[in-house]
Design a protein around this ligand. Structure first.
Ligand code: BES
Ligand code: MN
Ligand code: ZN
Length: 504
């Protein structure tokens, strides 16, 4: 589907379907805007009087125009009450609308964002940006391995027109559409990487995908081999990869968008476990297949740095992805084994299924040797975060209030919810080992916090934040902008954060 702005009145164009957005408390404005043939107007008024068309949030009413208008159909899309309206609601509604017209196989459609009076806080270009994001994300499907491509081959709708706008408005809206397209494509890239089965998304393949994304975005790419990883002394990372026949990779992407400030460079770190069997502390069979997505953090990191570069944001970012499988092979690390991280810290491996914190430990230590700051890691780290927050929100942990605040605000603007969790010193007790500096599990209580405290040890005093996305990286159902499967969280929030930091 391509989205195009129109200077021509959409009401003068022949369309399969015209979408009219309506507020519950202000339906008449939108209906009058349509300037319909009298008979049709009365008919629609009647539906409004009968409350059949009522503008409640998410309600869709399709009306056939029977040759009384140039458009074959008008779809009324309920935006709810003005006071409850938000960009998050816009995206959700637009996703529902786009799936509706797709299922009906309408080809050329149009929408009338100018037919509503938006609440003061929303600009028309923000509204259009959210409409486009919602449509692209809502239409996402992962069908590359299906012999019969039910959805994508027909690619309906083929065109979606937004109008009408005068020349100057149009320039603005076109910019907003371009931004929304890049942001959605970034989220879709992350979804694709996560949805791909693990035999087709090994560490080497993930590195190739990162290389391709870097090429598209014109940024630097490098990937360290096992030999180089050994030379760096990343014993914790290598300890995880020992049970697998697949070579580990340490992927490095670099985007310099602010060359005037070479000393300011953000370190972005993504957990890249391409399959997490649990290792010797093997997981139960039920749902183990979901662990093909244990590189969701890596996917978000790769997709968001490429988005930042494509948007040409004035910011410097290095992205680091330790990528490996966690498998129970003959030379796998065993419970009780001792590993030494790159910074010299010794780690007792109490449970080989707590592997994410091990590979991130070396990545954080590496980031610190490079002077990157602030540090931000993204990881499908613990099942416990889902126990704490459900599938509604990811967990945010940080040693820096400003960074936590910036992340929270970015997340509020994208609707990808996060909730800050505590990092009190008391929780460090649970990670104490009797044979090493630290152990890799802290017991059942506060599992996501003790995991974060483990990472904290390796971030040190550098301003750092950790996003535990295990609760939100997959969706169990079609829901607004999400399809069943990978959600692409928190790519849009990361890009919003980069834009915020770039504007500072
Ligand atoms: N990758 C998992 C966490 C996870 C669970 C992600 C469910 C997505 C959905 C992680 O490596 C893991 O296994 N964590 C353990 C830690 C425990 C052994 C301390 C967990 O959460 O059970
Ligand atoms: Mn695990
Ligand atoms: Zn894992």
């Amino acid at each position: 589907m391509i989205v195009i702005t129109s200077e021509t009145k959409l009401l003068d164009l022949e369309l399969d379907c015209l979408v009219s957005y309506i507020f519950e408390d202000d339906i008449n404005t939108s209906i009058e805007f349509l300037n319909l043939d009298d008979e049709l107007q009365q008919y629609i008024k009647g539906l409004v009087d009968d409350s059949e068309i009522n503008g409640r949030f998410g309600q869709l009413n399709l009306v056939h125009t029977h040759n009384k208008a140039k458009q074959k159909r008008i779809l009324f899309a309920g935006m709810g009450k003005k006071e409850d309206f938000s960009l998050t609601r816009t995206r959700k509604l637009s996703a529902e609308v786009s799936r509706f017209v797709k299922n009906k196989k309408f080809s050329v459609c149009g929408g009338l964002p100018t037919s509503v009076e938006l609440p003061n806080s929303l600009s028309i270009s923000d509204f259009c940006e959210a409409l486009v994001e919602g449509a692209y994300l809502g239409l996402y499907s992962f069908e590359s391995h299906m012999s019969k491509k039910a959805d994508s081959t027909e690619s309906k709708p083929s065109q979606f027109l937004l109008g009408e706008f005068n020349k100057q408005e149009r320039d603005n809206i076109d910019k907003a559409i371009k931004k929304a397209t890049i942001v959605s494509e970034s989220a879709k890239l992350a979804r694709d990487l996560v949805n791909e089965p693990a035999n087709l998304m090994t560490p080497s393949i993930l590195a190739e995908k990162a290389k391709a994304a870097a090429k598209d975005a014109h940024i630097d790419y490098k990937s360290l081999t096992r030999n180089q990883i050994e030379k760096l002394g990343m014993g914790a990372f290598l300890g995880v990869s020992k049970g697998s026949d697949e070579d580990p990779k340490f992927i490095i992407l670099r985007y310099i968008g602010d060359p005037e400030n070479p000393d300011k460079e953000l370190g972005l770190i993504g957990k890249g476990i391409t399959f997490d069997s649990g290792g010797i502390s093997i997981k139960p069979a039920a749902n183990m297949s979901a662990m093909k997505g244990d590189m969701g953090g890596a996917a978000a990191v790769i997709a968001s740095i490429s988005g930042a570069a494509r948007l040409e944001l004035p910011i410097n970012i290095t992205a680091l992805v330790p990528a490996t499988e966690n498998m129970p092979g003959g030379s796998a690390t065993k419970p009780g084994d001792l590993l030494t991280a790159m910074n010299g810290t010794t780690i007792e491996v109490e449970n080989t299924d707590a592997e994410g914190r091990l590979i991130l430990a070396d990545a954080l230590a590496y980031a610190n040797t490079k002077g990157l700051s602030p540090l931000l890691d993204v990881a499908t780290l613990t099942g416990a975060i889902g126990i704490a927050l459900g599938s509604v929100s990811m967990g945010l942990f940080s040693n820096d209030d400003t960074l936590a605040q910036e992340l929270t605000e970015s997340s509020q603007s994208t609707g990808e919810k996060m909730w800050r969790m505590p990092l009190w010193d008391e929780y460090k007790e649970q990670n104490k080992s009797t044979v090493a500096d630290i152990k890799n599990t802290g017991g059942r209580q506060a599992g996501s916090i003790t995991a974060a405290q483990f990472l904290h040890e390796f971030a040190g005093n550098t301003p750092w934040a950790h996003l535990d996305i295990a609760s939100v990286f997959m969706s169990s159902k079609v829901d607004g902008i999400y399809q069943k499967g990978a959600t692409g969280q928190p790519v849009r929030t990361l890009i919003a954060l980069f834009a915020k930091l770039a504007a500072k």
